[in-house]
Design a protein around this ligand. Sequence first.
Ligand code: 5RP
Length: 294
Amino acid sequence: MPEIDVSEKEKQFYVDIPAKNEPFFLKGSNNLDWGMKNRLSKIFNPKSGKTVMLAIDHGYFQGPTTGLERVDVTILPLLEHCDTLMLTRGIMRSIIPPTFAKGIVLRASGGPSVLNELSNEQIAIDIDEAIRLNVAAMAVQVFIGGTFETQSVHNMTRLVDLGNRYGIPVLGVTAVGKDMGRDAKYMRLASRIIAELGVSYVKTYYVPEDFDTVVASCPVPIVIAGGKKLSELDALTMAYNAIQDGAAGVDMGRNIFQSDAPVAMIKALRKVVHDGEKPKSAYDFFLTEKNKAQ
Ligand code: 5RP
């Protein structure tokens, strides 16, 4: 039996204050369920609406990638500076401390190695496992124009169905193969197809020309991949331009963990993504942080 409410204080119903009914902060996400929105809030910072995702899942098809040979040594010091971590369940269980309380984006597709046709992926995880690992989202590679295009699209739609059942968002990754385009026309096509088929957000590559049209024609948030290692100034400039064009953040790997000063780099990147800091000023900050650490 609950105790009877015997307080002598007068009840307050605040009848003159309308109930709050604020829209969710992410583009195209207002009609999602509570659990889905809660998980997305572990990926995107509700204040800035942006994210710095640290991508370290490269080993799922290319083995011990440069900078990721020893995740325990090189990546653990970066965790306090990212908003979200994108990785495989193998690295998660073996190396990442369960006290890591930020969002995890779990690599959920895989199959072929770099020695084979990369688009021949399948779903590489059971939904029960994603729930058990308490992930914030599942990531699937989609090869628009690739040899196994339809199979990869079906991987995505199956994961979207499973994710919707349990409130777990799906990140659709536009995979750009060797012979596929890297211009706004291709990115618009791939991102829009991925969004139309139900993902919560899309990861794509930044293209210098007309990237704002890629963002505008995609109904859900877009984050950019970093791609191959650039100079720190160039990588910060790319992130800045993407944010100015409407991207909701970065999902960056090599340009962080292959930097000479990865902690300084991710801290500088945060300034660009969350505070809109200009590339040159973020780069000066990078140099100062790098020198402090030496
Ligand atoms: C692998 C991925 C990677 O997570 C992605 O490419 C991000 O890493 P990088 O910034 O090094 O490109 O999706 O397919």
